[in-house]
Design a protein around this ligand. Structure first.
Ligand SMILES: [Cu+2]
Length: 263
């Protein structure tokens, strides 16, 4: 990480690091959709490649979190989210069955590590044809329901600072203490910033406990609203719990971009 000698809180919070997922092309790698997405009914095959610095599809990837490719598709209004794992043909074409729930504008993220390189998240817009009815961002909430499960969120996102988020899973009012590992962890959290869908993939703290709490350390790149998507696995099924959270400075003493009262 390169940070200037004079770097303080301000520089850290606003360093040149652009959050992931905002660019279709970065470090010589380009996300290249081949097909489009469709709504309703049976999943249709969605295909894409990642074009490498030499102009041909990348075929050499490193496994990260059990997979060579993590592919996320979220509606631009942040009310729909899917995290899938495509498979790659020998020529570097990735394919996955995909159906989006409604027409409209979507952002797809490819989260991967080219062999011997840094992890990358590239993003591309996809459109599902039809009558588009965008929904407002769901209200800020510390509770999310999915099927018979309730997930509670404790902790706050703090702009430019790492902070702890604790997610607690219960089912029918009882804490779930037998979560199943999914992709090498008891939970995976993706945060998308409202406004531009900047992408943060947050990893849980190491834990031997299979719930009900899953602890993450997240760093929001800025103030604002984020939509959080927690994937967890229980009784053989992966479910996603979604929250809207706001990153704000927790109190008047937290570092700010323009003032620092403590020095
Ligand atoms: Cu994944």
């Amino acid at each position: 990480m390169t940070v200037g000698e004079h770097a303080g809180h301000e520089a850290r919070a606003n360093s040149g690091t652009v959050p992931g997922g905002l660019q279709v092309s970065q470090d010589g790698y380009t996300l290249n959709p081949i097909t489009s997405i469709t709504t309703g009914g049976a999943p249709a095959e969605f295909r894409f490649t990642v074009i490498g610095p030499d102009g041909t599809p990348v075929t050499d990837y490193q496994v990260a979190h059990d997979k060579k490719m993590h592919f996320i598709v979220a509606s631009r209004d942040l009310t729909s989210f899917q995290h899938v794992h495509p498979s790659m043909a020998p020529d570097g074409t990735w394919a996955v069955g995909l159906s989006v729930p409604k027409a409209g504008s979507y952002r797809a993220f490819a989260d991967f590590v080219p062999k011997g390189k840094q992890k990358l998240t590239l993003g591309v817009d996809l459109q599902a044809a039809g009558d588009y009815r965008p929904e407002p961002l769901p209200h800020v909430s510390r509770t999310a329901a999915v099927d018979d499960y309730t997930v509670n969120l404790a902790g706050n996102l703090v702009p430019g600072q790492a902070s702890k988020l604790v997610l607690t899973v219960s089912k029918d009012g009882e804490p779930v203490d037998d979560l199943e590992p999914y992709l090498g962890a008891y939970g995976h959290l993706v945060a998308l910033r409202a406004g531009d869908l900047a992408y943060l993939h947050v990893h849980p703290e190491e834990s031997d406990e299979a719930g009900p709490e899953i602890t993450f350390v997240a760093e929001a790149p800025s103030r604002g609203d984020y939509r959080l998507f927690l994937d967890f696995k229980h009784e053989g099924k992966v479910r996603t719990a979604s929250f809207t959270a706001t990153a704000t400075l927790s109190d008047g003493h937290a570092p700010s971009a323009t003032h620092d009262h403590t020095h």
